[in-house]
Design a protein around this ligand. Sequence first.
Ligand code: SF4
Length: 414
Amino acid sequence: MKNTSFGLAEREEPPSASILTQLKEFKPAGRGFWANVADHDWTDWRWQLKHRISSVEQLQRLMPTITPEEYAGAKLANTKLAMAVTPYFFNLIDPTDENCPIRRQVIPRIEETHRASWEMLDPCGEDSHSPVPGLVHRYPDRVLFLVTDRCAAYCRYCTRSRLVSNATGYDFHPDFAKQIDYIRKTPTIRDVLLSGGDPLLFSDEKLEALLSALRSIPHVEFVRIGTRIPIFLPQRITPDLCGMLKKYHPLFISVHSNHPRELTIEAREALGRLADAGIPLGNQSVLLKDVNDDATIMKAHVQKLLMCRVRPYYIYQCDLIAGSAHLRASVRKGLEIMEALRGHTTGYAVPQFVIDAPGGGGKVPINPDYVVSRNEERVIIRNFEGKTFEYPEAVDGTPLFDGATVTPVEELAH
Ligand code: SF4
């Protein structure tokens, strides 16, 4: 506290509060090296794709602060997962900061070639659940429909790096006719998730043909699209695209954003256009070391997502993809972040922390423990402040677990 000339004590913001405010500011990506590019080119998504930074020579020229680890990583990228960054997204990198959270996500490093024994090429076991090429059928009522191996930029921790960018010769050849035929002949499938690669890289016409074919299947109740395009290439979210998508409701979109700096003015406007088309938007983040494994950064991110009309949906523990150890934060960190969010911010802003069980076990929710103990008579819970409370169990309550013990209330710290 400090005294003001009015004799009142003025509250000083704690440092984390002012950092939070700064992180939540919406800024434009700016033009950076592309200041002389005409507006109609800069805002054209095809121009952005054509001018991606994809070679080590371009990277050296545009980012002279490239480190030896990044140089070596970029040199080898085409043998593992290609490098590509749109000029728009490249402008979010702070070239003076080796550990810039944007840079860590898209600029390769030599550590990607180090592989621990527990890391895998297909950590979610997708290939072993694939009845036809490009379709993953792991859960009875829904399928993952892979449409392309291309993305606007390549995330260095990508779970599907075995196939996206086609750097390892995976030979990804989805056959839409066969994929759709399988769905048509499998009436238990009510939910189709289009992913890849990024489905929004397709032309409006190609994407519409796919959506229309899926919509013609009576038992498909619901279609989702997983995309990072509003973050890497917001120029792609054109009014024409939104006008086409809104014809295929119910259609949900899962965006992938990891850090509040990715939520620029351009990204907010693109997400707003999708929301105006009536598309419910959710976000999936991956917990990444020195990118977003920090409670203040995550809090700014989830609050900013709500301002972009996007509901934070999942925080994923980073999959055990080969060469990702340098980007993997601990599960403990994830739990600390969940603890710092639950009760400390709007419930809508609190995502579910999950681990996609290695080898194909599906998503498992990971939560801090709020039930201290329970039996057939009562449940002892703690709140976000660590205070404990007793809730009397309903008379017909059946204990969830055999042998659950109750700590007497008087022994619990209040
Ligand atoms: S956008 Fe998605 S599919 Fe593409 S590289 Fe990033 S994580 Fe992988």
